[in-house]
Design a protein around this ligand. Structure first.
Ligand code: B12
Ligand code: SF4
Ligand code: SF4
Length: 274
């Protein structure tokens, strides 16, 4: 390992520790038990892989250098939910009230964690480009110009599941954030396998498709409009969401208590057969 490599590792480890502390401190700040497991953070240099974003995501997807012309590294983090919250959301075909609250609080946490990481990099003289956790999408196309999932795929934080969500080594139930910086942090992937979805790895599953109350998921596609209508109905129909912001659009049945909810089931399978 050369000195640059060790410097890069140290810097990413520092950011990872900072993210872990920030998430661990959040319950005390809120005066609650919190909803979160320790976060994961991966990075990749801004190289030619990001030129493909307009082909693999939306055709008007931004390049990291559109957020910051001098960007050298993309940072993507994942804040996983605790198992008891996910277990609670598994019941019935409507989201539980805590799932809505966790959505609101986690979006706020993501925005502040991005800001905290950005501030730390700024202190070392590196500028950053930040993006919000969600609701930065076009409501006709139902696509954002900055997709945390696609960024997470490209930095090797996780892989897409049949449910179209990103499956990380800590599973898929949780939320993603990302930012870019002119610091050279190097490549720090986390995903252990080529696929992280059982079905995509050629194994039996498809439980996420069965769990969807509006049949929005198919093996080869996603009826995003059916899903969106359901999320809006949940906000309108459920009394316990009436105190939460209008933008509380949740469901998550396809992610609750699935083989990929809390870990990478393909990696687990390989470990079992070793
Ligand atoms: C718009 C949006 C929605 C829309 C449309 C769904 C969608 N497009 O993902 C609606 C409102 C329906 C929605 C629903 C939900 N959302 Co939403 N949503 C977003 C938002 C704002 C943008 C997503 C986007 O535009 N992506 C770009 C498009 C092109 O991607 P896509 O639609 O998923 O389609 C692509 C994939 O399927 C992909 N794909 C599939 N397999 C493979 C394999 C490879 C190799 C590649 C490259 C790509 C690929 O190819 C498709 C076409 O390009 C993001 C926040 C953000 N800014 O990133 C959150 C986000 C995706 N949502 C999230 C969540 C959790 C949800 C819900 C569970 C609601 C909830 N909180 O209870 C549901 C889940 C629906 C589902 N099964 O995906 C999380 C996902 C976390 C995760 N682990 O992946 C995000 C990242 C928010 C966050 N900050 O964490 N969402
Ligand atoms: S539930 Fe099964 S098929 Fe669906 S994404 Fe998870 S591992 Fe893949
Ligand atoms: S979030 Fe709900 S409606 Fe949307 S795809 Fe998943 S299970 Fe279906």
């Amino acid at each position: 390992m050369n000195s640059n490599d060790s410097l890069h590792r140290l810097d990413v480890e520092e950011l990872r520790r900072m993210a872990e502390r920030f998430v661990a401190d959040e319950p005390a700040r809120l005066g609650t038990e919190g909803w979160w497991r320790p976060p994961l953070l991966a990075t990749a240099p801004v190289d030619e892989r990001f030129d493909r974003l307009t082909q693999i995501a939306a055709d008007d997807h931004l390049h990291p250098r559109d957020l910051l012309p001098t960007a050298r590294t993309v940072i993507v983090f994942f804040i996983p939910f605790r198992k008891d919250l996910v277990r609670e959301n598994h019941n019935g075909d409507r989201p539980c009230s805590n799932w809505g609250l966790a959505y609101v609080q986690t979006n706020d946490l993501i925005d502040r964690l991005s800001q905290r990481l950005g501030d730390r990099l700024n202190e070392s003289g590196f500028r950053c480009g930040l993006t919000p956790a969600t609701h930065n999408f076009n409501e006709t196309k139902l696509m954002a110009r900055w997709s945390h999932k696609h960024l997470g795929h490209l930095v090797n934080l996780g892989r897409f599941g049949t449910h179209c969500m990103l499956i990380t080594p800590a599973g898929c139930t949780g939320r993603l954030g990302s930012l870019v910086t002119e610091a050279e942090l190097g490549s720090h992937p986390l995903i252990e396998t080529r696929e992280a979805c059982l079905l995509k790895a050629g194994k039996a599953c498809g439980l996420c498709m069965e769990a969807c109350p509006v049949n929005a998921l198919k093996t080869n596609g996603f009826e995003r409009r059916h899903c969106w209508e359901r999320l809006k109905d949940n906000r309108a129909d459920l009394d316990y969401f009436s105190d939460l912001p209008e933008t509380t659009h949740v469901c998550g049945k396809c992610a609750a208590m699935m083989p990929c909810s809390f870990g990478n089931p393909v990696a687990r399978l390989s470990a079992d057969t070793r």
